[in-house]
Ligand binder design. Structure first.
Ligand code: 5AD
Ligand code: SF4
Length: 379
């Protein structure tokens, strides 16, 4: 593998943007496990250059509206899982959501993301449909990403018709066995169903985003290498990946506690591995949109800037009303809980400018990969 390190150095020096896309699973695994700081700094810098070359060094904002924490699922890692009785549940009224969308538009955010726990009842589906209709009626140019979990093809279709542009559904891990460990086997959490959902979204011409949690218990470097290959083979347009973060009121949190898997060293490992995954994803996939997730900041105060510096180009400033933020904690130590939307806007913008990127004010920042994919499909 010494040979691989040498090749990486030579190709980075030659600014060969195609070199990393040719790496095989064994190479990716080796690289993820390789911890030479000097080499990694070179890779991070090259990933930043690759971002500049393919998608420009502009950060696009997706104002994040976490509009309800009601959820029918019980993912073993998540703080708002159905069985966590210590969470105070909430659902915003339509009016509140519309006023947050208006704020995003007035503040020149190119897009918003509507996120909530998972629900599949008719009331919920109609509610989302109505919101989409009303937002698009007032602000036709405001991009809308949905992050509302697994739904039927018909529901995805209805929401698309009402104006949803993109959909984010993380595969969480592309290793089916690991997926089974992370989710209860209650008939409600099925890996194949998730794959089918991603396929439906693609068929409906959504810009499709997926992603994984990084540094999960039981997860190996070769699983992450497979995740990268999964993103490529699935031809995804957007990526939202971040470190796994402990939450005490969850089955996985209990396991982590018991096995002392939440010490500072492990947390640092999860953070570093997340940056490595972002950098390799940028080098491997080139023109996709990649988010620097809030979870990065919960493990490192400069987490999101570091994400942008190694290839990410999307930020999701939280615009959820401050009163609800504490109730939407998928993981502990979620940053910005006491802030309001203007704080988040100013703080994030300072962070973007501090690393030499600019903000794509008023632009929707659609995935370039999506256009390239559609063009290829229509030729
Ligand atoms: N740590 C990190 N990410 C989490 N998510 C849920 N719980 C956690 C956690 N404990 C992520 C999942 C999900 C997204 C909405 O939040 O990847 O898809
Ligand atoms: Fe519900 Fe999503 Fe949390 Fe799973 S990760 S319990 S679907 S909110």
């Amino acid at each position: 593998m010494k040979d691989l390190i040498k090749k990486i150095e030579v190709n980075i020096n030659h600014k060969d943007f195609n070199f990393f896309s040719k790496l095989q699973k064994e190479d990716l695994t080796f690289l993820l496990e390789y911890n030479d700081k000097i080499l990694w700094q070179k890779i991070f810098d090259f990933a930043y250059l690759t971002k500049k070359h393919f998608v420009n060094n502009i950060s696009y904002y997706r104002g994040l509206i976490e509009f309800s924490n009601l959820c029918i699922k019980n993912c073993n890692y998540c703080g708002i899982r159905k069985d966590n009785k210590s969470v105070e549940r909430f659902s915003m009224e339509e009016e509140e959501i519309l006023s947050l969308a208006k704020w995003a538009y007035d503040n020149e955010y190119g897009s918003i993301t509507l996120q909530s726990g998972e629900r599949i009842d008719d009331t919920f589906i109609d509610f989302v449909e109505d919101i989409l209709f009303n937002i698009k009626k007032s602000y036709p140019k405001l991009g809308i990403t949905l992050c509302l979990g697994e739904q039927s093809f018909e529901t995805y279709e209805r929401w698309k018709k009402m104006g949803a542009d993109r959909y984010l559904l993380r595969i969480e891990t592309s290793n089916e066995k690991l997926y089974k460990k992370l989710h209860p086997q209650d008939g409600n959490h099925d890996f194949q169903k998730r794959i089918e959902c991603l396929k439906s979204l693609k068929k409906l011409d959504y810009q499709v985003g997926t992603g994984v949690m990084i540094g999960l218990p039981y997860q190996k470097a070769c699983d992450l290498a497979d995740d990268l290959i999964f993103f490529r083979d699935f031809d995804i347009d957007m990526l939202g990946m971040g470190p796994y973060i402990f939450h005490a009121d969850t089955p996985l949190g209990t396991y982590v506690n018991k096995n002392n898997l939440n010490d500072e060293t492990t947390k640092k490992m999860r953070f570093n591995l997340s940056l490595k995954m972002i950098a390799i994803a940028r080098l491997f996939l080139k023109d996709v949109n990649i988010a620097a997730t809030t979870a990065l900041q919960s493990l490192d105060p400069l987490g999101r800037e570091k994400g942008l510096k190694c290839g990410a180009n999307i930020l999701m400033p939280i615009i959820t009303s401050t009163e609800h933020r504490g109730k939407y904690q998928l993981y502990e130590n979620k940053p910005c809980i006491d802030d309001d939307k203007s704080d988040c806007k100013n703080c994030l913008t300072r962070r973007v400018l501090s690393i030499g990127d600019s903000v794509g004010w008023g632009e929707n920042g659609n995935s370039r990969h999506f256009y390239n994919r559609l063009n290829a499909k229509n030729q």
